[in-house]
Write a new protein. Structure first.
Length: 255
């Protein structure tokens, strides 16, 4: 004669298994939230869920997270503003796609225009106090890119245009323009004086008045230019070690 299964015992066994699974799963989730494995090449900011205190990690490895919110910033990166196809070149125009064009516009003192394509490298600070200020202000790498690095490059390009004519940028000062842009992005915008100059239009041959900006020299800084202000990126400890201007596409009239 076989013994009949006891329903109550089976039910308790199932409950025990479910409870064990929940404990294991909960333990796994808790362990994931307790530690964070920081990869090489990144800065990790962990915000306490209770006090809001920020803990900064600049070296790779397993770090104590304690259920905090984790945000990553790259140690270094490259901001690119490329124009794969030049729409002002008749040989390339048919291949031009607007959505792929990230070049930045520059307007010169004679009204001529060009679109600059290039890249600039940026390095985040590793000092904890600077990282904390940066994180409190921007809260993410994407916000740093949009609100700080991109805006700095755009402003330096915009403020470099009035320093020369479009013809100069196309010919005699073509090599100088990228250096001027990089210098203003890295060290701050020039303090300039503006004056009216009467010139002959290269295209219509008419005499017209244009406003020409000239940077003021700082005689107390070994021949360097006076600045409107310190570079915004350097204020937050970000450095711009080098840049490269690949293409400068001038408008058809300038060409």
């Amino acid at each position: 004669m076989t013994n009949a299964a006891v329903p109550g015992a089976n039910f308790k066994k199932v409950l025990g298994i479910i409870f064990l699974v929940v404990i294991i799963a909960g333990g796994g989730i808790s362990s994931l939230a307790m530690f964070e494995n920081v990869p090489a090449g990144y800065i990790c900011v962990i915000q306490s869920p209770i006090s809001g205190e920020l803990t900064i990690h600049t070296e790779p490895g397993l770090k104590l997270q304690k259920f905090g919110m984790v945000t990553y910033y790259p140690r270094s990166g490259v901001f690119e503003f490329n124009q794969p196809v030049d729409p002002n070149d008749p040989a390339q125009a048919r291949y031009y796609v607007v959505g792929e064009d990230n070049a930045l516009k520059i307007t010169f003192n004679d009204g001529g225009e060009a679109w600059i394509s290039g890249s600039i490298r940026y390095d985040y600070p590793l000092e904890q106090d600077k990282i904390k200020i940066l994180h409190k202000m921007f809260s993410s790498h994407n916000n740093v890119m949009k609100g700080l690095i991109e805006k700095t490059v755009e402003r330096s390009i915009y403020m470099s245009g009035p320093l020369m004519s479009s013809i100069d940028s196309f010919m005699s000062r073509r090599a100088e323009l990228p250096k001027v842009i990089e210098d203003q992005a890295r060290n701050g915008l020039y303090h300039v004086t503006t004056k009216d100059v009467r010139v002959e239009d290269e295209f219509t041959k008419e005499v017209k008045t244009i406003k020409v900006a000239e940077p003021l020299q700082d005689f107390n800084a070994s021949g360097r230019w006076k600045r409107q202000e310190e570079s915004v990126v350097s204020r937050f400890g970000i450095t711009l070690p080098n840049s490269a201007t690949h293409i400068m596409s001038h408008s058809p009239m300038v060409r």
